[in-house]
Design a protein around this ligand. Structure first.
Ligand code: ATP
Ligand code: MG
Length: 722
């Protein structure tokens, strides 16, 4: 292979970085300027030009998807298998190290990695065993404390016992947690990184082995490394000056999770003789998109400062759509995607990006209804989330007592003192006599087979389920769901988890009530099922295998955070509303607001050809009706790059069922008002929801009692005011 295949597809600045002599290097550049490309070509350069064996290469990034793409790009460029290279995420590589050197890492060979849900469960169990009131010391907060220490490289033994009461209590929990994990061979995510660092730090022979092994170390998205990740990189490279990092301060979006933008300055101090290369040409996006990104991010201060330009022409304008509610938003987005596919576009070139996982449901439902394959990255799909499954289990059990899976799921959630022994006895009896768990419980109670405490607890649980069944018999579906969510104790359970996760779970439960409210009974055509059963079936199917496989051509759904480093031809940034994006907490914290703005910059710069920004004028989220104002970020985008698809001023709010006040916005003709009753000769009677356009183009949206919601052109529709 000659040099040109590695160097030709690069611009001058990129070439400089790729072909630099061996030295520490910082490539600092904006989105889409080819940082990842430079990193990949640098690896190729080492192998082909410097004749470095692939096994001497280490490359690190943040998500599995990004790591896979990097590996793919290297393989394609060199036409070799990249298997012997260490390319992966920080967590993945740390895990690999620990597996290979479990003994030196003081771990059992079969150590288990636990995710953050598992970790939380352990913390809870621990607090209980220590008799610590988990109302005052929410497990989530303890978990957060432990992880924050680990991310800074601090073990319990490093901490002084002399702190205040809070500190001492947290420290006691941290100590006990460490002991428990050591005893049972459990490793959490933060521990992976910390222990991999300690492994190299404390084993001189291993460290020197890996310093020789990894002759060139590359890091993508360097701006988002935390203290311990950077310390690990330094151990491997300091003195050798063989660390090659690329990053963008404007894309630092994990400050809230311990990432240190300061690592960029630290690098410059720790690696004397390093070179800095800046890239300014953007190859990803067309002009309007780039201009929007540049202008938006200029509102942040303390930037390292860079401006991107492109040769690719202005391209499409950015489209702004004001939906009248979240369903309309989903409908609009999915229709645009269907059109894209119809015109020959690939599904996988289209991405829907949102701020919070709870937003995905509307889009998932619409994609499913229209039979459009999709995949949600990171985060569980709505109906697969633990709290949703728990709530559905209560609903199922209240109407079907013999549903054992549901029984198992909630009999002790929230904990109500039904012990493992009682459950084992119950399962045994059920098995022996072919009973359901519910029937076995009835029998055990009737025959007084349980110790009094367990008996009382079990009885209370069964009474609760019976009561839920009785209370909800005559209620509408959404009221049933609401009642069950409230009375099951799930809300209180999750409210006690003070930190983000608990809040999210409560919000998701409220979103479930919302889903039930909007559930389209008439469109499900099994007359033998009750409305509740239909809803439960719908939920079960959604949690099933409707989601496309990773390698299938499918629409991509993910949070803005997980879109970092990726690119798509067609991008939708949805929910551009104050309180959602920027998030509520960020609106009164200048630092967080700037991080949200960087996230917005990340989102915009994912788009190659077409970018749609959407916001809803009314949004039911987390069980509440909101009338949010459009995101301030929309105002920070230059108007000349934006085209509005539906003029906001002409949109009035839908008439809420609760009798919300009618808007004062009249149709241009002045003839039709929101909320007005009209009659159409074919569709019958209905209510005006909104109007738009004027003159010949004036249209009204009407909710017909029998024919549903329709848009009609006023010029043609024969409408009568009634
Ligand atoms: P981000 O900050 O979002 O991670 P990045 O700086 O890593 O972006 P890349 O993903 O490497 O940018 O590149 C963006 C796009 O531009 C890719 O499609 C890449 O193939 C293309 N590209 C980069 N450099 C060039 C070049 N010199 N000529 C042609 N295309 C290029
Ligand atoms: Mg990149």
């Amino acid at each position: 292979m000659d040099v040109s295949s590695i160097i030709a597809p690069l611009n001058d600045a990129q070439r400089l970085a790729v072909s630099a002599p061996e030295q520490a290097m910082l490539v600092l550049a904006g989105a889409g300027s080819g940082k990842t490309r430079v990193l990949v070509h640098r690896i190729a350069w080492h192998i082909k030009i410097n004749h470095l064996s692939p096994q001497h290469i280490l490359a690190v990034t943040f998500t599995n998807k990004a790591a896979n793409e990097m590996r793919g790009r290297v393989e394609e460029l060199l036409n070799i298998s990249a298997r012997s290279m260490w390319i992966g995420t920080f967590h993945g590589l740390a895990h690999r190290l620990l597996r290979q050197h479990a003994k030196q890492a003081k771990l059992p060979d079969n150590f288990q990695v636990m995710d953050s849900d598992d970790q939380l469960r352990i913390v809870k169990r621990l607090l209980k065993a220590m008799n610590i009131d988990d109302g005052k010391w929410p497990p989530k907060q303890v978990q957060w404390f432990i992880n924050a220490q680990k991310e800074e490289g601090i073990r319990a033994r490093h901490m002084a016992e002399s702190g205040d009461f809070y500190q001492r209590q947290m420290l006691a929990a941290y100590k006990a947690y460490e002991e428990l994990c050591d005893r049972s061979g459990l490793v959490d995510f933060a521990e992976l990184l910390l222990r991999a660092h300690e492994l190299l730090r404390d084993n001189a022979d291993l460290l020197s082995f890996y310093r020789q092994r990894f002759q060139q170390v590359h890091v993508d998205e360097f701006q988002d490394t935390n203290t311990i990740q950077y310390a690990w990189l330094r151990l491997l490279t300091e003195g050798n000056n063989n660390l090659f990092v690329v990053g963008d301060d404007d894309q630092s979006i994990y400050g809230w999770r311990g990432a240190k933008i300061e690592n960029i300055f630290a690098f410059q101090k720790h690696y004397p003789g390093h070179q800095v290369v800046r890239l300014e040409q953007n190859y990803r996006s067309t002009g309007h998109i780039l201009k929007a990104a540049n202008t938006l991010i200029a509102n942040n201060d303390a930037r390292m400062g860079k401006e991107l330009w492109t040769e690719s022409g202005e391209g499409h304008m950015i489209s702004l759509y004001s939906a009248f509610n979240e369903q309309d938003e989903a409908y609009f987005v999915v229709e645009k995607i269907r059109q894209w596919i119809k015109d020959g576009g690939l599904r996988s070139d289209a991405a829907i990006l949102y701020r919070s996982n709870a937003q995905s449901r509307q889009f998932e439902e619409r994609l499913m209804t229209t039979g459009t394959p999709y995949r949600v990255y990171g985060g569980l799909r709505f109906f697969e989330r633990m709290e949703i499954k728990n709530a559905l289990a209560y609903l199922r059990l209240a109407s079907h007592h013999d549903d054992d899976a549901s029984f198992e799921r909630v009999v002790n959630t929230p904990t109500r003192g039904i012990g493992a022994k009682t459950l084992d006895d119950m399962r045994l009896l059920a098995r022996e006599q072919s009973l359901s768990l519910w029937q076995a419980s009835e029998k055990m109670l009737a025959e007084n087979r349980l110790p009094p405490r367990a008996g009382t607890a079990l009885n209370a649980f069964m009474q609760l389920i019976l009561q839920l069944g009785a209370d909800t018999q005559d209620l509408a579906l959404y009221e049933t769901v609401k009642r069950v969510v409230e009375k099951s104790g799930l809300i209180e359970l999750y409210k006690k988890e003070k930190q983000d996760k608990g809040e999210t779970r409560v919000e998701n439960l409220e979103e479930l009530v919302n889903a039930a409210r909007l559930f389209d009974y008439d469109n499900q055509n099994d007359e033998n099922l009750s409305e509740l059963d239909m809803f439960l079936t719908h939920a079960a199917l959604e949690a099933g295998d409707m989601q496309a496989d990773a390698d299938e051509d499918c629409v991509q759904l993910m949070t803005l955070h997980s879109a970092k480093g990726l690119e798509f031809k067609l991008v939708f940034m949805v929910g551009m509303e104050e309180g959602l994006f920027p998030s509520q907490q960020a609106t009164d914290d200048a630092g967080r607001l700037q991080e949200e703005r960087r996230l917005c910059y990340v989102g915009i710069t994912r788009a190659r050809e077409q970018l749609y920004l959407t916001h809803a004028e009314s949004r039911r989220l987390y069980g509440k009706d909101n009338y949010p104002s459009p995101s301030r970020f929309l105002r920070e985008i230059p108007p000349e790059t934006l085209q509005e698809i539906r003029m906001r001023a002409n949109i009035s709010r839908p008439v809420a069922g609760s009798g919300a006040s009618l808007g004062s916005l009249n149709a241009k003709s002045g003839k039709y008002r929101m909320g007005q009753s009209v009659r159409h000769e074919k569709f019958g009677e209905g209510v005006v929801l909104q109007t738009e356009g004027d003159g010949d183009q004036e249209r009204v949206q009407i909710n017909f009692r029998n024919a549903g919601i329709k848009w009609l052109m006023l010029a043609y529709a024969k409408l009568e005011i009634v």
